[in-house]
Design a protein around this ligand. Sequence first.
Ligand SMILES: Nc1ncnc2c1ncn2[C@@H]1O[C@H](COP(=O)(O)OP(=O)(O)OP(=O)(O)O)[C@@H](O)[C@H]1O
Length: 659
Amino acid sequence: MAASRYNSPDLRRQVGTSPKPKTRDTKDTLCRNVLIYGHCRYENSGCAFNHDQNRNNSSQNSHSTQTSSENGTKKLNVDSPSFTPTGLQSTTTNPSTPTSSSKRPTFSTQAASAASFVPRGAGLSKDESTTSVFNPAKFQEFKPQNYDLASNINANGTSPEPTGLAYDPFSLSSIGQTLPTPQYNPYAEDPTALGGTTAFFQQQNTFVPPMQPLQYHLYAPLGQPRDGLLPYQRQTHDFFLPEKLREDAQRKLEAAHQVLANSALPNVDHFTSLVPLDTNNRESSTIFGYTSWVYKAVSQENGRTYCLRRIKDFRLSNENAIRSVKEWKRVHNGSVVSVHSAFTTRRFQDSSIIFVYDFHPLSKTLSQQHFTQTNNRYNPRTTVTEDLLWSYITQIANALRAIHKLNLAARCLDPSKIILTEKNRIRLSACSILDVLQYDARRPLQDLQQDDLAQFGKVMLCLASNTPPSSLNNNNAPLIMQQLSAVYSEPLVGNIMWLLFPPQSGETKTIDAFLTKISGQIMSNLDMLMHQNDGLNSTLYQEIENGRLFRLLCKLGTINERQEFDGDRQWSENGERYMIKLFRDYVFHQVDSNGQPVVDMGHIVRCLNKLDAGTEERICLTSRDDQSAFVVSYKELKKQIGSAFGELLKGRTNAGRGF
Ligand SMILES: Nc1ncnc2c1ncn2[C@@H]1O[C@H](COP(=O)(O)OP(=O)(O)OP(=O)(O)O)[C@@H](O)[C@H]1O
């Protein structure tokens, strides 16, 4: 770091000034400037010391000999010869040795027999070349291993090494040691300290993690490449989630946190903050035979959000009915909304039964998605594509397989009870309800499962023909089926017919038999899902670094402009923290030649990444008054930020908490 303000004027003064003349015997004392520089610029302008080396040697010798013989002891005074490091002791003058005729440092007798100097690399014999020479690269910077905050603080409470090695709650390395599996953290100052990760990877003969802090950041262009861009050309959105995905996620989170001001809805059991999810207040009892309402609610037991379905005016007559919900807790399937529990309540001023499900924010029923548009010549209903129909078919078949395997039946397969939770992702949303409501009039399981398959066929026919279930009946179904053949492939129509109509041979239909029939489509759907997964993964890789940058910003935010440390030299504009402040200006407060703010996201992200990686790259930081400039590497800045942040935490008893 070249710091103009750190050039010590004292040092300059020491070198440039003449020693003060001494009053006693100065003429016999060899001037130190002669000793150090070979001459004294003040020789002719008043310097009182001796400038003749020959005279000095003889007189100093005799004086030293005399002093030692007179007093018997050696005293140091202003006339003592200048200090010479002990390594050269054998070659220096020893005033107490009478035989010492060497007056000035000369070669020792061993040195005389030493091999003559030959420059390195030129004409060395094999043996000579192996003799050790000083190589600074061989000496590694000291890096403590298994760093322990408590043991690393001195008695006076200061940290011995004010670097980024202070306790850092953001660093994974500190927790890495307690984790049972080897953790690889490329940002760790010393990856070898992390539970033998290197050995683990070496055994596998695969990737060996780098041995030093990374000298690069991890924004590698994974996923679909874009043509026509130069290697350094990145756009802001390359670093963040695609806008559509971010917006969707944000809207869902918002919906999950929605609350109703002045709500008249009661708390039921341990559920509070009820928000109705029905999009209209039309009472409908088509599916269950009872009116049902759906709410979002927060559990006071675990703080999670659930979906409650209330069946109004239902009187539970048999305790065993409600116990049948337990069976449904065993269904873990991606195409079924998980059922948690059921309980009765009178909090709505009636006798209601509540079913508790997982909450999927902003979901829509298939009816809402496909049948709500008015069908007229200005706004015709859109046809559902064959691919989408196959996707729905595979997902519902997947759900039925899981349900039937556990000796259960879905029972309410209807477009209004199948919800769309993500793009093209559907789930059965009202399982278990009819098992409880119709417990006393229950039918054989096999019949119910056969019904499931027929209802499945009906749902697909409704979607394919854009006909709401209420408009579909036994009379128009065969005609609609015929019309489908004009739009969709033969296998699709054939499979819907297989589901709808009883088999001619009289055999029993099963979901497994259906799955065999559509196996080709299942594979296509699997492939589509894998592509979707790849896309999400590549998005995840983009985002993964942003979490680190955010934490870095938190650190910078906590260090910069701390009012309580205003008078503290360490934190003020004279101390090391000044550099961090100037770095903040460099990253965020750039201005153009007219003094206008320059906002460049690329610059900000680039700087923060380099800081995070602690690269050797140097940047020039200029003070606001343009009077001082510092050239400093990101590595040094990283250390300073780490040390400043560590110091902030040191005084706190709950260090690390809340970050
Ligand atoms: N588990 C769930 N998580 C989040 N939202 C859900 C969940 N289950 C249903 N919903 C939503 O609740 C709303 C009402 O669902 P419901 O099943 O009552 O549909 P509906 O069209 O009102 O049917 P009906 O006419 O039979 O009452 C729908 O928008 C649906 O997407």
